[in-house]
Design a binder for this molecule. Structure first.
Ligand code: ADP
Ligand code: F6P
Length: 468
């Protein structure tokens, strides 16, 4: 395929666009920020670099023309309702998502889902090939599009192709369950550089390439039959720390945080959880831990509030529906047992909030609770740190989040160990101000020196330096 004469020199390809197109009951169309960490991280990168973002606009059976947004080109890729069901809800989110997250839910393997995954990956590759200029850099994102690097290279060998996986890359033993393991691996090896959140993910990938694709591996480079090298390395993703910090110090946000504190009854201690409603986030275990602490009186329900907000996510996938019902039930049961009349110890909202409200919540949280069973990185942990310049905040963090490799001064927990988690929650809340301050200062230093700009620069510099 020939390069277009007016093509972009930098192209991001992701399942989601930064904005989702929604239509309300009256047929009114609007665009809103898409959910998830990928969009939070990449939007500032695109604002800074310009170029084109190729992705799905979130509405099935609708074709939308490309448009300009915040200084870059948005290029929508259409999906039919069947493709949403088979490629997105099916293969991406009921096969790959659980498989890559330690199989914490059972991965389903269906041949029709795989077929849809191949068709849709092809469409993304073709669209990217149409918008990328001669010799452009194309950066493909995440598990929904693992075949795109190889497909794109076949269409446009002139491109520099990078791939970044936002979620964990599983241990070899788990990956090998995938009936289409060979195709997925070859798809990824189409990239000049494959980025992972952790060194462990990159090591799993290199081991697979050596043992299962019979490729020569030297250091972090896999040798391809045509002499090309495909490199694999860890690039831990981050956030625009300064803009979160600025947002949290905006006078309007400060007012919002004071009003929120008032609304929840000015408790002495505020714990906070912020997640997409996903079974990988460890919500069942976390809420049980709080329930037991409130019921035993180790946390005083008249002085303590646990706020948990959960963005609706993938609501047509069975495991997510079950999770929603379980959490509703669990929270209702705990509140009905332990609440004073007039105030619930667990304030739970199944809703998405604006960035300003998120910053207001982070401001008032004495203890931020991030306890996924497995998570590629977890940007919420970093957002809390960036928003909390009162040095007495505390972060309770799962050992199984990618962020645990960097945020070493957090109060670490094994989210499967409910007693251990209860002890750590109490310790984080009651630790001496000097200890909390010391930990928080170290955490802020880490987050402010490892920003999203650094992440993008590190990856793109390395990608541009790759070659035969
Ligand atoms: P994931 O990518 O799995 O969703 P991350 O923690 O990396 O997990 O990123 C989640 C992103 O979604 C963060 O930027 C966070 O601020 C945002 N978010 C999470 N919950 C909510 C919510 N209830 N309302 C608005 N934004 C949310
Ligand atoms: O990496 C996490 C991630 O899966 C992104 O790929 C995705 O955009 C985000 O979470 C939200 O999920 P979804 O796009 O399925 O709503």
């Amino acid at each position: 395929m020939d390069a277009p004469s007016d093509g972009a020199s930098f192209v991001v390809v992701a399942n989601r666009l930064p904005v989702d197109r929604t239509t309300d009951d009256e047929g009114e169309v609007s665009w809103r920020t898409s959910p998830g960490g990928l969009v939070t991280a990449l939007e500032p990168v695109m604002r800074r670099n310009g170029g084109a973002w190729v992705g799905w606009h979130g509405a099935p059976d609708e074709k939308v023309e490309a448009f300009e947004h915040d200084g870059f080109q948005v290029v929508p890729v259409p999906l039919t309702a069947d493709e949403v069901e088979e490629y997105y809800e099916g293969f991406s989110n009921a096969t790959l998502w659980p498989l890559y997250h330690d199989a914490v839910a059972f991965p389903e393997f269906h041949r029709e889902w795989w077929d849809a995954y191949v068709v849709v990956n092809k469409r993304f590759a073709e669209r990217a090939a149409e918008v990328a200029g001669e010799g452009a850099t194309v950066w493909v994102q995440d598990y929904q599009l693992q075949l795109v690097p190889q497909m794109l290279r076949a269409l446009r060998p002139d491109l520099k192709i990078g791939f970044f996986l936002h979620i964990p890359f599983p241990p070899v033993e788990l990956f090998l369950q995938l009936p289409w393991r060979r195709q997925v691996l070859e798809g990824l090896l189409g990239a000049d550089l494959v980025g992972f959140q952790t060194a462990g993910g990159a090591a799993n990938f290199l081991r697979l390439s050596r043992n299962n694709a019979e490729r020569k591996v030297k250091g972090d480079a896999v040798e391809m039959p045509d002499g090309r090298l495909s490199r694999a390395r860890a690039f831990p993703i981050s956030i625009d720390a300064q803009s979160f910090n600025d947002m949290a110090n905006d006078p309007e946000v400060i007012k919002q945080s004071e009003a929120l504190l008032e609304e929840i009854g000015n408790p002495e201690i505020v714990f906070l959880g912020v997640d997409r409603l996903d079974y990988t986030k460890g919500l069942r275990q976390r809420i049980r831990a709080f329930g037991e602490l409130f019921e035993s009186g180790q946390l005083d329900p008249s002085k303590t509030v646990f706020i948990q907000v959960a963005t609706p996510s993938r609501e047509r996938v069975e495991e997510y529906r079950k999770l929603r019902d379980d959490i509703d039930l669990l929270v209702g049961r705990i509140n009905s047992h332990t609440a004073d009349l007039g105030r619930d110890p667990i304030v739970y909202r199944h809703a998405s909030f604006g960035r300003d409200m998120m910053a207001a919540m982070y401001r008032i949280a004495d203890v931020m609770v991030v306890t996924p069973l497995r998570d590629g990185m977890n940007l919420v942990a970093k957002e809390y740190i960036a928003c909390h310049d009162d040095p007495e905040g505390a972060l309770v963090l799962s050992e199984f989040a990618g962020a645990a490799h960097e945020l070493k001064q957090a109060y670490m927990v094994n989210p499967y160990d409910i007693n251990g988690m209860k002890d750590t929650l109490l310790k984080a809340a009651a630790d001496s101000p000097a200890n909390r301050r010391r930990r928080m200062r170290a955490l802020r230093k880490q987050v402010f020196t490892h920003t999203i700009d650094k992440w993008a620069d590190d990856f793109l510099t390395e990608l541009r330096g790759t070659g035969h």
